[in-house]
Design a protein around this ligand. Structure first.
Ligand code: GLC
Length: 433
């Protein structure tokens, strides 16, 4: 009887692989989540064949380009100026602590050496170099984290099941072949997590492609389990614009800070997982030749601070050029952000959203008994902080240590500043009891 029961249990566990509902992150994973939170700032890189068309990463579907014609771009892709060491150095100079690279975007072209499709940068281009390998080696050498974007959508493969996008690319089978496509993705994920050293996170995108078909089963549980089995501390995030599913380790927001929904893609509830919001430096993810509308260093820094006071990381995007260089303006912005981070990094890295919630004037970050008040926009010399149940021992300008006067009343503290703040971010450091 007992053996029969045991057998039955075993059989069940074999047919129904452990559901992610029961997902228990490992110690290593929990540690990685805290380290991720501490890093606060990453750079997103959207690079693929679409860089050559220079109109963003959605051109293939937006222009209904035939998949066989589109694939011919590969034969001319020779990013002669690509130099991973220079990319990583420019990004490190910004103070960013990780890079998230598009290993394969919706266009379906693999920017790494894969055995599971010839449609990749080594086999299909005259360049023949595994840019991901070069980038990974350089990231490890220069000491910066590497995360990988991976699309669930593929507008090129015939076995990829059609969703609401990529319908005009001439692929013959709308129903695709899920088993074959799913196996392909898992093979590739295995390569990505085996051949490129430690990967900080896998960043999925594209699940929303089946939003008109809500019963579609992406079999995420098994895919997530595979990732965690290959690298337990690799964090999983999915840009599905929903509250995180079991098995995910971080929550992603797109083009909006947590709790906001100006771009129409966010507004989902905020979970207790580490948060990350991605934003473009100009207006597009992939390289767009006509978009020189880069945000100013002030806007970018304030966005980073805005994320930090909401306890979120910022993943700021750059679309590298077809010649393999990062756009010059982007490199300049990286340097400007880095200058600021050199001075103010202590008030950002390793902090958590502070005990005074964000307001229209800015917000707070906190580390131990230090509360950093980030004043981004205040037309006054007095700033009231609803700090109840906390005792301020000392207040000073972070930048030069000059004391700041303050008054206490029943509702909190009022900081009396020496002038109306004009800096990108006037940081007041409070020492709490
Ligand atoms: C969207 C877009 C995609 C981009 C991503 C980045 O999901 O489909 O092109 O990579 O956002 O957040």
């Amino acid at each position: 009887m007992r053996t029969k029961l045991l057998f039955l249990l075993l059989a069940c566990s074999l047919t129904f692989p452990v559901k992610a509902q029961g997902y228990q992150p490992t110690e290593a994973n929990l540690k990685a989540r805290q380290e991720f939170r501490d890093k606060k700032f990453g750079i997103f890189l959207h690079w693929g064949l679409y860089a050559m068309l220079a109109t963003g990463e959605w051109t293939m579907t937006n222009k209904d380009l035939n998949y066989k014609e589109y694939a011919k771009l590969a034969g001319g892709f020779y990013p002669s100026k690509f130099d991973a060491a220079r990319w990583v150095a420019a990004i490190k100079a910004s103070g960013a602590k990780y890079i998230t690279f598009t290993s394969r975007h919706h266009e379906g072209f693999s920017m790494f050496d894969t055995k599971y499709s010839d449609y990749n940068i080594v086999d299909a281009t005259p360049f023949k170099r595994d840019v991901l390998k070069e980038l990974a080696d350089e990231c490890h050498k220069q000491g910066i984290g590497l995360h990988l974007y991976y699309s669930h959508i593929d507008w090129y493969r015939e076995d990829a099941v059609w969703g609401r996008t990529g319908r005009g690319t001439g692929r013959p089978y709308p129903e695709g072949n899920w088993d074959s496509y799913y196996a392909f993705m898992n093979h590739q994920l295995t390569e990505l997590l085996t051949n490129y050293g430690p990967i900080g996170a896998i960043w999925f995108d594209g699940m929303w492609d089946q939003d008109q078909n809500p019963d579609f089963d992406w079999e995420l549980d098994k895919q997530y389990a595979l990732i965690h089995q290959l690298q337990p501390s690799c964090l999983i995030g999915n840009n599905h614009h929903l509250v995180p599913f079991s098995g995910e380790d971080i929550q992603i927001f797109e083009r909006d800070l947590p709790g906001e929904n100006k771009a129409g893609l966010s507004g989902q509830d905020i979970s207790s997982l580490p948060l990350e919001t991605c934003q473009t430096m100009n207006g597009m993810w992939g390289y767009k030749i006509t978009d020189q509308n880069y945000k100013s260093a002030k806007e970018l820094i304030q966005y980073l601070v805005g994320a930090a006071v909401k306890d979120a990381n910022l993943l700021m995007n750059i679309g590298p050029q077809p010649d393999g260089e990062l756009p010059e303006v982007a490199v300049q912005r990286l340097a400007e952000m880095g200058e600021w981070m050199k001075v103010y990094g202590e008030t950002i890295y390793g902090t958590r959203g502070g005990c005074v919630a964000p307001h229209s004037w800015g917000g707070t970050t906190q580390k131990g008994n230090k509360l950093y008040v980030h004043i981004l926009d205040l037309k006054d010399k007095a700033l009231f902080l609803p700090l109840i149940g906390q005792k301020v021992m000392k207040a000073s300008y972070f930048v030069d240590g000059t004391p700041v006067k303050y008054q206490k009343n029943q509702e909190g503290y009022t900081l009396l500043l020496r002038e109306v703040p004009v800096d990108i971010d006037t940081v007041i450091e409070l020492e709490l009891d």
